[in-house]
Design a protein. Sequence first.
Length: 531
Amino acid sequence: MTPTFDYIVVGAGSGGCVVTQRLVAAGKSVLLLEAGPSDNIPSIHVPGAFLRVIGTKRTWMYRTEPEAGVLGRQMYVPQGRTLGGGSSVNAMIYIRGQRQDYDRWAEIGCDGWSYEDVLPVFRRSEKNQRLAGPYHGNDGPLFVSDALYQHPLSSAFVRAAQQAGLPFNDDFNGERQEGAGFYQTTTMNGRRSSTAAAYLKSVRSNPLLTVRTGASVERLLIENGAASGVAYRDAAGHRYEARVREECILAAGGIGSAKLLLLSGIGHEEELARHNIGVNRHLPGVGENFQDHVAASVYGQTRQPISLVGAEKGFRAVRHGLQYLISKTGLLASNVIEAGAFADTAGRGRPDVQIHFVPSLVGDFDRAPPPGHGITINPCILRPASRGTVKLRSPNPQDPPLIVANNLTAPEDIDTIVRGLKLCRRIMRAPALSALIEREILPSADEYVGDSDLEHHARTFAKTVYHPSCTCKMGTDAMAVVDPRLRVHGVPRLRVADVSVMPELVSGNTNAPTIMIAERCADFLLDRHAR
């Protein structure tokens, strides 16, 4: 017999684990399906080791099509593919975005999603180890804490940013976002606090929960126009179906959720016809409105071999490993991207650039970093104007989607990233860093560089910050995919609860907002108000 559950959740990432835990805790039976393996490896749970997971079977290694905006290059967009999803493989930075982001959502048709609406949900989910008061919670499941390790270069960056004119900020999620400081992270006692650890673990032994890893959902089952279940295959290729009494919830991420809707006949009828997929619901917005954060690096060479290069090798690696095993402190307790900043480079009253500082030279999947010891300062466009698409490459669920990101095609995005590069170069030349940095490697060792040269540098070295979003946008207009209660328009018993429902990308890292979205989805499903 085909198994039946109250709810089926597709994707055990930042959204899926949250929805699942809240439903099971409320007495509902849930089938949670995750395409990847379990999160049972040390590299996930040891903060400083997370880079070892990227590029393994626990990540989707998506790539865009060759992009004109970045000189014909493809851009890698890794996404989590394990229990906890992105929250198990990210840099653990806890950022919510700006008040104006959510007020803007409300203005463009997402009633009930203003900052005042979502702030209580952020607070409810958070268990902050240092901050309290009107902006922070201390009783939620998600641990948020200060890093137990701060690299000397990270501390120098924070001082240099102040010398370059940015104020110090010890709480990027408080009254104001602007400034430089150390990121709080989703960690506790030197261990990662993923949604699998913070949420899902508390209900794993509950008989109401069934978790299937290695389960790739191939399509939603649609009966009489409504979602009735899912069809999926296991790692060995065996196919199964499962039915739902109440609703199906997609939480497959900014790329995966749109792909699955299209495979299920929900999307633009012309796109579906191109792949001979029958139309269950004409929704032209599915896969449209793609947005991602894009950054370009400023590199500096240190005067002494003090960066992270080599810290994971030889005797140093053994020493760091022993320190972590004994006390959960030291380098391995670091999230690597310890410090950063938010800056209003255009003078419009709110930050438009986020800076991620790395006390090492880092490249990307298609290029090696500069050799030797150094630092990387990454200015990121917070609210990109460029828009792309996610479409099917073929009707075969095993084929990767066709991602046309169109990064850096909007002139205002180029203007923003050039301003960000200028700011980062000033920070590198400020006294606190210039005492440690022998020379700027890229964009140029020369202090004065023209805007056209900085634009070329940005297009040559631009990379995503792994925040693909907005492909199943929330709203009430013709291109909206879900309504303000996250229900797919015109398809009863189906919701989406992940980063894809953002109508516009938030101004910062996307893990905390995704958790908030999933918390709200659970509230809607259980017909209760946030508290």
